[in-house]
Write a protein that binds this ligand. Sequence first.
Ligand SMILES: [Zn+2]
Length: 278
Amino acid sequence: MAWNLAQGDGVRGVYRGARRLLAAWCALAALVCALAPSCQTVAVTGRRQFNMFSLEQDKQLGGEAYADAMAQSKRITSGPQYAQVKRVVERLIPVVDDPGFEWEFNVIDDPKTVNAWCMPGGKIAVYTGILPVAQDDAGLAVVLGHEIAHAVARHGTERMTTQGVGSVGLSILASQFETAAKHQEALLLATDLLVFKPWGRDNELEADEIGLMYMAKAGYDPRQASEFWKRMAALSGGGAAGSGLEQYFSTHPSNAERIARLERLLPKALALVPPGAG
Ligand SMILES: [Zn+2]
């Protein structure tokens, strides 16, 4: 039900009550975050994060959402595009802060979709439409470093923790796997948040930073990160309607701030590149 304040005092009262409840919840969450294991530290950036989901639940939700997405996609399992994705994934995974994910990747034959994602738990998908924008392995490492960072930083279930309070209530978070119906509801929410809803600015910038360090550690030139985002920005500014870019930018806002920030982080990233890599 949508809140309609014009309906009168009764609704306003309920609205005030809900806001008080939410405020109390936030205060409690902050307290719990200070004390409990549900608060973790994000790799690379060191940010403290409150997440009501366990790593096992990350893997379960991500795995199911992944299987669901793959069932509707045309996969490529050989050839140069597949080999390129495999090469970059296999070079990145050994250097990421692996929380114990079961890594898997798929290449989706979809030249119109300029996109890629990594579900919680380490399930990766790359749409062939992003490969020409990536241009080469370093460009693809920018994309995959960023997507893997979202999963390693557990942005998906962190967002479910905060948004779940507002949209489906605490009950589903507390017992989302108790019944088939609740399980299904949690899965739908997860898929929506993980694949369709745009990430917030903070999550995007954090994924950029973590991904930049990962690509550098894997021996790719981190200067290619801002170059990749410049290409994306140029494409989106060049009236690329129908190219699939609208879909990409609905989940990946691109802007001058992200490019400037990547360039500021370059010295730190360059120091991580192993000697002789390139
Ligand atoms: Zn992102």
